[in-house]
Design a protein around this ligand. Structure first.
Ligand SMILES: NC(=O)C1=CN([C@@H]2O[C@H](COP(=O)(O)OP(=O)(O)OC[C@H]3O[C@@H](n4cnc5c(N)ncnc54)[C@H](OP(=O)(O)O)[C@@H]3O)[C@@H](O)[C@H]2O)C=CC1
Ligand SMILES: O=C(CO)[C@H](O)[C@H](O)COP(=O)(O)O
Length: 479
């Protein structure tokens, strides 16, 4: 076998197949491999004329087809399958070769794999890839981690196949070892929050404003021309406008209302707890999916009392649309701010040098959360990389100020009617928590000290204190 391929892709399901085609369309010779060889043959039969492919059936032939230093991309199911593939190929590689894992791996697995392979001289690049099947073919957002040395070789190839916005590639070196997969995980966490917020906005327009799905699709089309412009708003309009051919009902009414997940949102929340990152909107969005799928619990709660108010009258509904837009936008800014806070926290914890402006820049195209306002997030961090929060930027702060009345009004009206808005509510609660002069956390510290002598700190002097609650006069001692 002649070593003629600049890149090899193993795992040729929807993502790997289209990434391989994308590389080939950009002029690279691509070696192909899949555990089940039929997928490899199918790709060449269907798309062989799109570029230069080298189909292989054995691991040895696949590796032999790669030019040195070898560049091998894994696009298989995350978890054990990725380890199995690494175990199969790594013994066939040499020092200086590179393995890119483009699956949705957990960043801690990536850190473990990177360390183990580094000790054998092999570069391991955990890379987030977002954009689904279409993005993989036409240009995804690519978030590679790993060493700067490996990015020097792989960067131009990954940038070539990535989406472009204003001529700029949606690909940048995120940071070392697991940084790329971490940032992709948070991307998906934000994706969960954004989707839940949009779903809540739909629910409010349906059940408070009394709009039909087709009318709501029109509202979303209008919103998509403004500051909410994004891929998720765009596809939501299309989904809401879709009629089920079999029943002639709105498509959204024939789909079971139990949201599933592959788990990246759950990972985000689990990791956030470890890092102490308060990603409340992402957490609520993840729990909302979980709750929607708890059939027996929903059965038990269904007969219970709820809100009482009726839908709005038509002339009130029109004004209400603008109110919901404010609430959606404000909540979305909070959810994204939480995501960026979490990335900053992880960078500190793991020693990653992540450019927060660049993260916004590469998410402007290719990925699921691509949105016009990412340009402004990028600008905000480019102006001040140490910005403690997006709301420290005057324009975002001004928008949030203007959203105060409608944001609160939307949540109050939903609450009175018994319509769940967990992501809207948690975003507002997060905002109110962080801007509060004093929080009842002081009382919690008192409770902890009372029952467990856990101590507290005082507002008026340094030190750690404990009150002897059971003793007469309840004296305070320095702990
Ligand atoms: N689908 C999407 O929209 C996105 C997916 N991703 C991630 O990209 C990766 C690929 O996703 P997708 O294309 O959907 O494919 P799947 O996640 O469905 O994985 C299928 C592929 O994994 C291979 N595979 C499974 N188990 C093993 C194993 N033990 N050894 C070798 N190969 C194995 C399959 O081979 P075989 O054909 O032999 O069964 C097949 O090629 C995943 O990690 C996914 O999380 C990332 C972004 C978006
Ligand atoms: O990675 C992605 C996009 O970037 C996928 O769309 C994501 O995996 C979907 O997640 P889930 O199935 O958990 O909703």
């Amino acid at each position: 076998m002649q070593a003629s391929a600049q890149i090899g892709v193993t795992g040729l399901a929807v993502m790997g197949r289209n990434l391989a085609r994308n590389f080939a369309r950009h002029g690279y010779t691509v070696a192909l491999h899949n555990r089940t060889a039929a997928r490899t043959r199918a790709l060449v039969e269907e798309f062989g004329d799109e570029g230069s492919f080298v189909p292989t059936e054995t691991a040895e032939d696949f590796v032999a087809a790669l030019e040195k230093p070898r560049r091998l991309m894994i696009m298989v199911k995350a978890g054990d399958a990725t380890d199995a593939v690494i175990d199969e190929f790594a013994p066939l590689l040499e020092s200086g070769d590179m393995i890119i894992d483009g699956g949705n791996a957990h960043f801690l697995d990536t850190r473990r794999r990177e360390k183990a392979l580094r000790e054998r001289g092999i570069h391991f690049v955990g890379s987030g890839v977002s954009g689904g099947e279409e993005g993989a073919l036409h240009g995804p957002a690519v978030m590679p981690g790993g060493s700067a040395e490996s990015y020097a070789v792989l960067g131009p190839m990954l940038e070539a196949i990535s989406a472009k916005v204003d001529g700029e590639p949606c690909c940048t070196h995120i940071g070392t070892d697991g940084a790329g997969h971490f940032v992709k995980m948070v991307h998906n966490g934000i994706e969960y929050a954004d989707m839940q917020l949009i779903a809540e906005a739909y629910d409010l327009l349906r059940h408070v404003a009394g709009y039909t799905p087709a009318q709501i699709a029109d509202v979303f089309r209008v919103w998509n021309k403004g500051r909410l412009n994004s891929y998720l708003i765009e596809i939501t309009a299309e989904i809401l406008a879709h009629t089920d051919a079999g029943t002639d009902k709105p498509f959204v009414d024939i789909v079971r209302d139990a949201a599933e997940q592959k788990g990246t949102g759950r990972w985000t929340v689990q990791t956030a707890l470890d890092l102490g990152s308060p990603v409340t909107a992402i957490a609520q969005a993840t729990f909302a999916r979980v709750a929607s799928s708890r059939t027996a619990l929903r059965e038990a709660y269904r007969p219970l009392a709820g809100g009482t108010e009726h839908p709005l009258r038509p002339h009130e509904a029109e004004r209400y649309v603008a109110t919901v837009e404010h609430a959606l936008y404000a909540s979305k800014v909070i959810a994204y701010d939480q995501g960026w806070t979490m990335i900053r926290d992880a960078a500190e914890e793991y020693g990653w040098d992540i450019d927060l402006g660049n993260v916004a820049a590469i998410w402007r195209g290719g990925c699921i959360i691509r949105a016009a306002f990412l340009d402004r997030i990028r600008a905000a961090y480019n102006t001040d990389a140490t910005l403690p929060s997006l709301l420290s930027e005057p324009e975002f702060a001004d928008e949030i100020t203007k959203a105060q009345v409608p944001w609160r009004e939307v949540i109050a009206a939903a609450t009175r009617r018994g319509i769940p808005v967990p992501a809207f509510s948690s975003a507002l609660a997060y905002y109110d928590t962080l801007r509060a002069e004093r929080l009842p956390a002081a009382l919690i510290q008192g409770q902890r000290d009372f029952f467990g002598a856990h101590t507290y700190r005082r507002t008026d002097r340094e030190g750690t204190f404990h009150t002897l609650w059971a003793e007469p006069g309840q004296p305070e001692v320095e702990a």
